[in-house]
Design a protein around this ligand. Structure first.
Ligand code: ADP
Length: 178
């Protein structure tokens, strides 16, 4: 039997969006085991704690097509390439949205390939339905009271509403008609 093919999908997932979920589901077609690496990323000042982000990812997986791959969720704080090696990953999976992600990813690959040429970075083109979804904008919209239901699951939407001290939209009474 050949060796198990392990892929690592790293991100901040603050919070996990439909765009991330699409990449996860598609990535499970490429590997036997997918490790979702949740970057602690203290510098970025995430809205949700690492534990909350891990729990949100876990909750979403029960609703996702995982193509019989094994999926593990692990927080990490060390260098991505070191974490990938610890996980025996042979590929790092990234999502690529239009032009916005390209420059950063291009640089990252350039550096990472020098750190460990045996680990390939594999890019999955963002689904056109989710092309414009970014965690940063989702947080901004939720903070200002906008509707994020098209960008995240109902569970993540609830978590965002709770974080910003709002009630679910369905519970908000419409403005009086008179
Ligand atoms: P990071 O801090 O590593 O950028 P993110 O959580 O923002 O973490 O993103 C993790 C990965 O998911 C990145 O490869 C990013 O390009 C990809 N990604 C984010 N949003 C989308 C989306 N809407 N569609 C496809 N890929 C996405």
């Amino acid at each position: 039997m050949g060796r198990e093919r392990v892929g690592l999908y790293p991100g901040t997932f603050d919070p996990i969006t439909e765009g991330h979920l699409d990449i996860i589901s598609r990535a499970t077609r490429l590997v036997d085991k997918l490790v979702i690496g949740v970057a602690v990323n203290r510098d970025k000042g995430p809205l949700f704690t690492t534990e909350e982000r891990v729990a949100m990812v876990r909750a979403e997986l029960t609703h996702l097509e995982l193509n019989s791959a094994t999926v593990e969720i692990k927080p990490f704080e060390n260098l991505l390439m070191h974490f990938a090696m610890q996980q025996n990953a042979t590929m790092i999976i990234r999502g690529l949205r239009a032009v916005s992600d390209f420059e950063y990813e291009f640089q990252m690959v350039g550096m990472n390939v020098r750190l460990n040429p045996a680990i390939e970075t594999v890019f999955l083109m963002a689904n056109d339905r989710y092309q414009f979804i970014a965690s940063r904008l989702v947080k901004e919209i939720a903070r200002l009271g906008g509707d994020v239901s098209k960008f995240v699951s109902p569970r993540v939407e609830q978590a965002l509403l709770a974080r910003f001290g709002r009630t679910a939209r369905s519970e908000v009474k419409p403005a009086a008609a008179e």
